[in-house]
Design a protein around this ligand. Structure first.
Ligand SMILES: Cc1cc2nc3c(=O)[nH]c(=O)nc-3n(C[C@H](O)[C@H](O)[C@H](O)COP(=O)(O)OP(=O)(O)OC[C@H]3O[C@@H](n4cnc5c(N)ncnc54)[C@H](O)[C@@H]3O)c2cc1C
Length: 436
């Protein structure tokens, strides 16, 4: 397919955000009589699911300490639930387990979920947590767990399949998706609006541009002449000058190849996604100490076994993202992750031997406060930069579509770029992860 000479809406990137925005925009244009999917072109330098959305673990959860994130996540889950077949979505639930340091954060999250009608079970106290886990998994044996937040909604989706599911929906609405087209620059008018987008396959005149390029966002940010360093005002009014707008983190994930059905609940049903943070010392099955500091893992049942990850590695403001995914994992990751699985459930004892060096892991570009920026960064350029929170955020495109057609999104408002200057930042949790 060749690049047209012009289009009303040019979407850059065929990951979760580009595809979801295009699909929902097509619906919105049709419903409001403003046009149709034929007004939308998606270009991707590689193809559908070539970026982070195609490598993500696919976990869909609500658990966020920040009210704005949690409310947005509830809206995302509704979109996943709206068509589980097309989105290859598994509504198995999600469990967050934490040590004493996380009791107040997770309790607050659970109370907010109650208020917004997001079904959960909250258990506190080590003995009660242990008993609750053992009713679901009789071989549960993790130490030092003081709180369990069991979300009965959420779960996971199959990454590449779900992207093709959304792409098919978009195409059915008339959206054009073109692979192998890399955006290389922009022409702007005097007001800063982009008039023409340059690519390796020629140029295209545009009315509006939507940027959904995941970990490549710093590149497009530079092409749009946006600042690499920014001043960040804290809610207390203190100004941190010259902060990196973007920092790369490397997310480590792996899998063990075991019979997927060996990871079941006691009643034979599919297990929820499990996320454990703990300060209990972690030992390998042979008794070697792996760490005596706070550690965390997440895991889920997959088609070929059990898949998941652990704490990410901070990289810094410079990183060569291509080829993507860039590599696999740190040398120490398989030992740590497998020891952690065994720490949690005796069924995983000895699982290190089943660890598979899969195509896994990848980089993410995090913003100055580790939360997304969803905003117009030029008068007609809407940037969706999810700060690596976003496979689960299938509903963001629906909200963006409303904004692009002249509406307002209360859910996206807290993620405007202006917050760095005004100090309207999100609260910070006690989690060891930069995304909780
Ligand atoms: C290992 C890993 C595990 C993760 N696990 C989860 C998880 O379990 N749950 C969760 O919610 N999130 C997870 N995430 C985060 C999530 O994957 C990302 O936040 C999300 O997929 C980003 O989606 P996107 O559409 O912005 O970008 P992407 O999916 O990266 O898509 C961007 C697309 O833009 C294209 N592109 C880039 N530059 C250009 C250009 N110049 N011209 C044209 N096209 C271009 C790329 O080819 C790519 O296809 C994970 C991330 C990683 C790396």
């Amino acid at each position: 397919m060749t690049l047209p000479k012009s289009t009303r809406f040019l979407v850059i990137g065929a990951g979760i955000h580009g595809l979801s925005t295009a699909y929902h925009l097509a619906l919105e244009l049709k419903a409001s009589g403003q046009g149709s999917g034929a007004d939308i072109v998606i270009v991707d330098k590689t193809g559908i699911a070539a970026g982070a959305s195609g490598i993500a673990c696919g976990v869909v959860r609500n658990n966020y300490y920040q009210p704005a994130m949690s409310e947005l996540m509830a809206a995302n889950v509704e979109v996943w639930e709206s068509d589980p077949t097309a989105y290859h979505y598994n509504s198995v639930g999600y469990m967050a387990l934490g040590p004493a340091a996380q009791v107040s954060d997770l309790t607050e999250v659970a109370e907010r979920q109650e208020r917004i009608g997001y079904a959960n079970t909250l258990i506190t106290g080590e003995a009660a947590c242990d008993a609750y886990m053992r009713t679901i998994f009789p071989d549960w044996r993790a130490k030092g767990i003081e709180i369990v937040l069991h979300e009965h909604r959420g779960g996971f989706a199959f990454n590449v399949d779900s992207m093709h599911g959304i792409a098919n929906k978009a195409r059915a609405e008339g959206v054009t998706i073109i692979d192998g087209v890399r955006v290389t620059g922009f022409d702007s008018d005097n007001a800063g609006a982009v008039t023409r987008v340059h690519t390796n396959e020629g140029s295209v005149d545009v009315e509006q541009v939507i940027v959904g390029v995941g970990p490549w966002v710093p590149e497009i940010w530079r092409m749009l002449d946006l600042p690499a360093k920014i001043d960040v005002r804290t809610p207390a009014g203190e100004v941190h000058a010259g902060q990196n707008m973007w920092t790369y983190w490397y997310l480590q994930e792996g899998e063990i190849q075991v019979d997927p059905l060996s990871f079941d609940r006691a009643d034979g049903t599919a297990p929820p996604v499990i996320h454990v943070d703990t300060d209990a010392p972690l030992y390998a099955d042979n008794g070697t100490l792996i760490t005596d500091e706070l550690w965390g893992i997440y895991y889920k049942r997959d088609r070929h076994g059990v898949q998941g990850g652990a704490s990410p590695l901070a990289i810094g403001s410079e990183f060569e993202v291509d080829p993507y995914p860039t590599a696999s994992v740190d040398d120490t990751f398989p030992d740590m992750w497998c020891a952690a699985l065994s720490h949690c459930m005796s069924r995983f004892e000895g699982c290190r031997a089943s660890y598979k060096d899969a195509r896994s892991g990848g980089a993410g570009a995090f913003t100055a406060d580790n939360f997304p920026v969803f905003d117009y960064m030029r008068p007609n350029v809407y940037v969706i930069a999810d700060s690596n929170h976003g496979y689960k955020m299938i509903g963001v495109g629906k909200e963006v579509a409303r904004v692009l057609t002249g509406g307002h999104s209360t859910l996206l408002h807290p993620f405007r770029y202006e917050r760095f200057a005004t100090g309207d930042l999100h609260p910070v949790s006690n989690s060891p992860y930069p995304w909780s």
